[in-house]
Design a protein around this ligand. Structure first.
Ligand code: PNS
Length: 165
């Protein structure tokens, strides 16, 4: 599709699940803007700049890299979408338990911006249990992250937790 889609999230950090969704998204849209929320009232392990740099490092060798932009944003997502001319918001749904929150958020965004729709994508079923919070928990206790996140993210997480920040 010709439209630009936003793929918003905290990406603290990006996981194999996010990358799987991104791989699907670039097949559907000419341009996908990975939109890194930096003030969504959650404590984050990585700064906005670190999250952007990690995402870039993880996807820069992909053949579809040129279709992707990575941007930080703060404020309301629909304002950012409008400023980019994006009419679609992409969100991943891993399990039914994700759906209630996603459904509320999608309908809120649609009430605020009726011209913007949310499209839900499902990751590969092997990845449905992966979340950034689970990954951080494993990293905190020094566990093997190799099947949850790309190597640069695993390295960055271990460095963060080793340095105690
Ligand atoms: O990866 P996450 O933490 O589930 O992403 C949530 C995110 C950043 C997409 C959401 O919190 C968001 O859009 N925050 C910006 C404020 C906003 O526009 N909220 C939507 C109205 S409910």
């Amino acid at each position: 599709m010709k439209q630009t889609a936003l793929f918003p999230g905290s990406f603290d950090p990006i996981t194999n699940g996010h990358i799987d969704l991104l791989r699907r998204a670039v097949k559907l849209f000419e341009k996908v803007i990975v939109t890194v929320a930096i003030n969504n009232r959650k404590d984050s392990v990585f700064s906005g700049d670190e999250r952007v740099a990690l995402i870039r490092e993880c996807i820069r060798e992909e053949p579809w890299y040129d279709q992707v932009e990575i941007e930080e944003f703060s404020g309301l997502l629909i304002d950012f979408a409008r400023s980019k001319g994006a009419t679609v918001l992409l969100r991943g749904v891993r399990q039914i338990s994700d759906f209630e929150y996603e459904f509320r958020m999608a309908l809120t965004n649609r009430r605020l911006a009726p011209e913007i729709d949310t499209l839900f994508l499902m990751p590969d079923e092997q990845l449905t249990f992966i979340s950034a919070s689970i990954v951080k928990e494993v990293a905190y206790w020094g566990g093997d992250l190799s099947s949850f996140v790309p190597a640069p993210v695993a390295k960055a997480l271990h460095e963060k937790f080793e340095s105690g920040s």
